[in-house]
Every structure is written in structure tokens, then in C-alpha cells.
Design a protein around this ligand. Sequence first.
Ligand SMILES: Nc1nc2c(ncn2[C@@H]2O[C@H](COP(=O)(O)OP(=O)(O)OP(=O)(O)O)[C@@H](O)[C@H]2O)c(=O)[nH]1
Ligand SMILES: [Mg+2]
Length: 383
Amino acid sequence: MSVQVFVAANAREGLARIRRVLGDDAVVLSTRPHPQGVELLASAYGDLAVQAVGEAPDAAGSSRILAELSRLRGMLQNQLAGFAWGAARRRDPARVAVMQTLFAAGFGSALARTLAARLPRGLDADAAQRWLRQVLIRNLPLQPREADLLALGGRYALVGSTGSGKTTALAKLAARAVDVHGATQVALVAADAYRIGAAAQLTVYADLLGVSLHVAENPARLASLLPQLASRKLVLIDTAGFAPSDPRTRESQALDGLGVRRLAVIAASQQGAAIEQAMTRFGEGAAACILTKLDEAPQPGAALDSLIRHRLPLAYLSGGQRVPEDLHVPNAGYLVDRALKGGQLATPYALDAEDWPLFAGVEAERAAHRNEHPKSTLKGMKA
Ligand SMILES: Nc1nc2c(ncn2[C@@H]2O[C@H](COP(=O)(O)OP(=O)(O)OP(=O)(O)O)[C@@H](O)[C@H]2O)c(=O)[nH]1
Ligand SMILES: [Mg+2]
């Protein structure tokens, strides 16, 4: 039997590739999580048939038989999941449609399964979709307007991955703050000691806005600078961007000890796994999130999924490069509609009707793995 290994960022991409390489009737033999997403073993259907009538296991060893058994187990599991998918669709079409809507829009399976399980019984398809929209809106954590960060003032550091839009968002926030408090009440701090030109980029904005700019090339300098800025209503600190896996990201936690609150700046235009990594690394312990590059995110579902699961309040949205125009206070209804509409886009990554049983098999395998290694909980979801 010729078995091929496919590694993809997610099950959807993997399945699309398998169909391209092995044909529409390819059989997924097994799946398992992989550092780059998911690993799928698949075979062309014809190859499986040859094996069934062909050679018997040789004496070369029990390990080969075990490997074969494990493949058969995967195959059976996927077939059963396929049947279960068909049965579920007949029995509870609204629930299945809710999951399809969420998957198509880029939401992940943990959230999709949790929500589908809470769908009230007896709703028709339209009512189920309305319920889904409302439940997403209710669960999207937004920074309360009465706790508006700019109005309250304080010391905030913008942290996030390289190029996520920290400096641009900081300039937009500073411009708003100048309108609210006046230029003398706002100070900017350039604490990005890694990127050449980082302070110069901020100087341009500081000059345009008429606010003071200070440079703190290390935490010790920042610690001695902050008391000098104690009278300012708002201090915005620009930090260096790092990949979430970079150990230097821990440096930003030193900010907490200085009484600085962190704002996680996360680009909605990244793939789901990158958003999740950024949310985990920069969002933990942060005061709020600023979601950027919404204009470059055709399917922002993954970003909303991550916000909902991490319960990180969304304070601002950035939908473009213009300073200060492209900064907005988030509206849950708009964001959810935008995400659900993204699921209707015709892209090469969208699943066809005949892909769903295969997809269900992959998801069933992942769910089994999650049950063996539980890590994310969705306690406290509002249904
Ligand atoms: N389309 C779009 N571009 C954006 C947005 N926000 C920032 N950018 C652009 O993204 C690029 C990087 O923005 P920066 O603000 O320099 O990002 P950064 O996080 O400070 O980058 P580093 O300091 O290098 O980590 C610039 O070209 C910005 O104009 C946005 O919401 N939409
Ligand atoms: Mg920057």
C-alpha cells in the first residue's frame, strides 16, 4: 500500500492537498497533531483495494503488523466519523450547519463544538444562524466604554509580534489622547532598542502631534524615566516586536513591575495558529488587545475565536495605515457579521460538500487526541 504523509497548517489545507495529489476518493488513514499544524497519512483508494486482496503480512515482523493495524484503526475511525457525520446531518441539520458556518469562517473546532453543543433544540436553520450570531456577539469580550483606556489615562506599553502595527497604533492612540487631554498631558517613550530607525519613526509622530518623546533603551532607563513622567495623564511606550517564540518576549513582563499595563497588538490578518501564539504570549496578563490589519483579513474568524477563548478585552481596532483615522472602537455586531461573511468567500481553502465527511474524520481524531491531552477549557461561555 502506498501511504503518503501530508503536513499542513490545518486539517482543511491538508485535505485540499490530499485531494489534489491522490484524487477525490483518497482515504485518510490517520491524523495527528504536528508542530506545523496537523500530519495526515493518506492513500489513494485504488492502492487500498490492491492491498486488501494482495500480500499477506510477512514474517518480517510484528512491528509491521502493528503499523498496519494502527493504519487500519485510523481508516476505520475516519470511516465511522464519516458515517456519524452523515447521521448527524440527517438527525440535527441545524447543529451541523452551525459547525459548518463556524469552520468556514475560520473559527476553530474547540469553540465550534462548544457552541454547537449549546444550540437550543428545535431551532430551524435560520433561527440557528441567528442564535449563533447573538451568542458570538455576547461572548466577544470588549473593553467597556466606561473603562476607556485613553480617557482613564495611565502608562501603557504596546507589545506584540514584529510588524503587528504597534508603532502605528501607538501614534493613532496618541493623536486621540491629544484631542482628549491636550499635548502637554501625553508623552511617548521609545523602548525599542532592537530595530534600527525605531526611535526615528516615533520622532516623526511625536513632532507631528507636538508631544514629548523620550528614549529608554533598557528597563533600568525606563524605570528611572517613568517617575519623571508621573504628572502626565497618558504615557504610551513603544516596544520592540519579537516572534512569539522568541525568549526576549519575556522582557515585556518586566514592564508589569514598573506599573506599566500592557496592550497586546495582534494582527488579524495572520493565520489562526500565529494569532493563537501571539495571543498566548502577548495577551497573557495584558490589560487589553488592539486588533490590527482588519482591512487585510478576509476571514477574521480566527482572531475573534482567540479573543473569545482567551477572554482578552478588545479595546481598539485598526483597519488601515492612516494615522489617526484608521483606529476604531470595536462594535461586536459588526465584527461578528464581518467574520461570518468571511466564511462565504470562495477560496481554494473552502471545503466542498464531499470534503465534510473526511474533515469530520480528521476532527474526530483531533477530538480524541484532545480528550487524551485536554488543555483548553471554555468554561463560562454565555449561551
Ligand atoms: N493595512 C494595514 N497596515 C497596517 C495597519 N497597522 C499598521 N500597518 C502597517 O504595517 C506596517 C508595520 O507597522 P508598524 O506600526 O511599524 O509595526 P510594528 O509592530 O511597530 O513593527 P516592529 O516595531 O518592527 O515590530 C507599516 O507599514 C504600517 O503602516 C493596519 O491596520 N492595516
Ligand atoms: Mg514598531
